[in-house]
Design a protein around this ligand. Structure first.
Ligand code: HEM
Length: 550
């Protein structure tokens, strides 16, 4: 009897493995069929073979290759690029993937062929985060007319141009909230003691976002608000993780508890937004008055436009308010780097002291240009953390660099390879904001800019500052480099990030004002663990020591 059971199990396993292998091989050998020919010549159907790549196992495909470094799968993708080139294919589970790692190829996918690659993967987790339908989410939905409409609606509010009234509003809201945040911080700081500052930073960011989008802020001791901010942060971490479940959906029974947790976070957030923001606003919206904020614009568009349902409005608000977690994590990362290398904080303080006349006023958004090192620090955090670009999916057969890409293929944009390539960056492993600065002649032709300081690295690789007055006679200053083509933290093309102005604006105000008032250090720098390919930190992250400069 026992032999029959063993025999049956073995036969079953063999059957599954062989079926899986055949199915994977079929997908690998499929050719992309595309129409070739111009308006004037005859159109023909042409077949293109897929890019080569490592040989997959049955069932798991090549998951073993990228799962070797669980903390940084992009390291695995980059290692494979060294072996197979800047474009290669992978099979994750049974899903075909294309990995592109060079700037030209990334442009070819996202710019030249953007319309073929505007889909998103159909991961179970994505559905669970957005009410069982990932198309409710702006970032995780497939491309559609509704998505185009949602992007257009959001752009004016969420991508404010400098000199626009939205930009001024962003500065005022950011500065007012920073005042309240610093008061709150003052209450809980104990000299020399480590502080778990992440929840407070996230609450400050959440208030900036909710005031900007909904003209509403919440008290720091509001328990419900604190919980929702925490859940947003958990989701931000979650969305930045990769799970075997994404490619092996039959594992879902093993992830039951995890999925339940995700659903709990997202339903709690949705209820909060409904109860505390939308319900009241819906009743009071005045259609004859100009839009007061993003919520007004959304509610009015819902009435004017059939395709924008109430659900769409709730999910859009959730998406955009949720953007605060990205900014909060970015600021936390910047503080982490500053705690590791004090000279970075010193340099930001120099800029802040000059611009604010030694702390006579707080830092505002308009000070951004005069504080290039501070902005460079934010950019260097974005480069070092190499936030992964949300995967794209081919919505029809296409061709990249002569290789066929079949419909449904997931395209992984390896901007980690770009951000860590020695071809583009000097000593890419070092955290060095200076790489984003360039020297230009000073406007007056002599003297030194407010932001100018001379720096040199000491034996530990940290900056020493040369306070020598003779530096003031230098006829140049530093400004932020513009348009670095190989630096794409917010991606390019059809699905590029909508929130980048908010990231720069609110991120700058928060970071600059914290550093203006506090020296940031750590009781033990070894606790500052920063993952090289993630903008997200775990919800329970490192503590820091903040010492008032007064
Ligand atoms: C550190 C901060 C942030 C980084 C590094 C970042 C980066 C990105 C990247 C790489 C994408 C994917 C683009 C693509 O698929 O090609 C994206 C999409 C998106 N981001 Fe951001 N983002 C940040 C913050 C924000 C914030 C604060 C908001 C909103 C307030 C936001 C809203 C969006 C939206 C809506 C999309 C989806 C666009 C679409 O798929 O059509 N992001 N972001």
């Amino acid at each position: 009897m026992i032999f029959i059971v063993i025999y049956t199990i073995c036969a079953l396993v063999l059957f599954v493995a062989i079926t899986s292998y055949v199915s994977i091989q079929f997908k690998i050998n499929r050719k992309a069929i595309v129409i070739r020919g111009s308006m004037h010549s005859e159109k023909t159907l042409k077949k293109f073979a897929q890019a080569p790549g490592p040989h997959p196992w049955p069932i798991i495909g090549n998951l073993d290759r990228i799962g070797r470094n669980v903390h940084n799968p992009f390291e695995g993708l980059t290692e494979l690029a060294a072996q197979y080139g800047d474009i290669y294919s992978l099979t994750l589970g049974h899903t075909r993937c294309l990995v592109v790692s060079s700037l030209d190829l990334i442009r070819e996918v996202l710019n030249q062929n953007g319309k073929f690659f505007a889909g998103r993967p159909d991961f179970l987790r994505y559905h669970k985060l957005f009410g069982n339908d990932r198309n409710n989410s702006l970032a995780l939905c497939d491309w559609s007319q509704l998505q185009q409409k949602r992007r257009n609606l959001a752009r004016r509010h969420c991508s404010p141009r400098e000199s626009s009234s939205y930009f001024t509003k962003m500065s005022q809201i950011g500065c007012n909230e920073v005042d309240k945040f610093l008061n709150e911080l003052n209450k809980i700081i104990l000299p020399g003691q480590s502080l778990n500052i992440k929840p407070l930073i996230l609450q400050a960011c959440a208030n900036m976002f909710s005031q900007y989008m909904c003209s509403q802020r919440f008290q720091y001791n509001d328990v419900e608000f604190g919980k929702v901010v925490r859940y947003f942060d958990e989701i931000f971490w979650e969305i930045n993780q990769g799970y075997a479940l994404d490619f092996l959906p039959w594992l879902s029974p093993f992830y039951k508890n995890h999925i339940q947790k995700i659903v709990h976070w997202s339903t709690t957030i949705r209820k909060f937004i409904l109860d505390r923001v939308i319900n009241e606003r819906e009743v009071n919206v005045d259609f004859d008055e100009p839009d007061n904020d993003f919520t007004d614009a959304l509610l009015k568009s819902g009435i004017e436009n059939e395709s924008v349902s109430r659900n769409t409005i709730i999910f859009m608000l959730e998406d955009f308010i949720g953007g605060h977690s990205a900014v909060g994590n970015l600021v936390m990362l910047a503080l982490g780097y500053i705690a590791k290398d004090r000279s970075i904080g010193v340099q930001i303080q120099k800029e802040a002291d000059i611009i604010s006349n030694n702390g006579q006023r707080r830092i505002e958004l308009n000070d951004m240009k005069a504080m290039p090192f501070t902005m460079a620090t934010i950019l260097e955090v974005l480069r070092s953390s190499s936030s992964p670009i949300v995967p794209h999916v081919a919505t029809e057969d296409a061709v990249i660099s002569g290789f066929g890409v079949t419909v449904g293929t997931i395209v992984l944009i390896n901007n980690y390879a770009l951000n860590t390539s020695e071809q583009y960056w000097d000593l890419p492993k070092q955290f060095n904001p200076e790489r984003f600065l360039e020297k230009v002649p000073h406007a007056s032709g002599k003297g030194i800019s407010k932001c100018e300081t001379r720096k040199r690295r000491n034996s530990e690789g940290n900056y020493d500052f040369d306070q020598n007055d003779s530096a003031k006679s230098q006829p140049y200053k530093f400004i932020l480099k513009k348009n670095i083509p190989h630096f794409l933290p917010f991606s390019i093309g059809k699905r590029t990030c909508i929130g980048q102005s908010l990231v720069r604006g609110f991120g700058f105000i928060l970071l600059a004002n914290i550093i203006q008032r506090y020296n940031v250090t750590s009781a033990d720098v070894n606790t500052i663990k920063i993952n090289p390919a993630s903008i997200a930190l775990p919800a329970n992250s490192y503590s820091l020591v903040l010492t008032s400069r007064n």
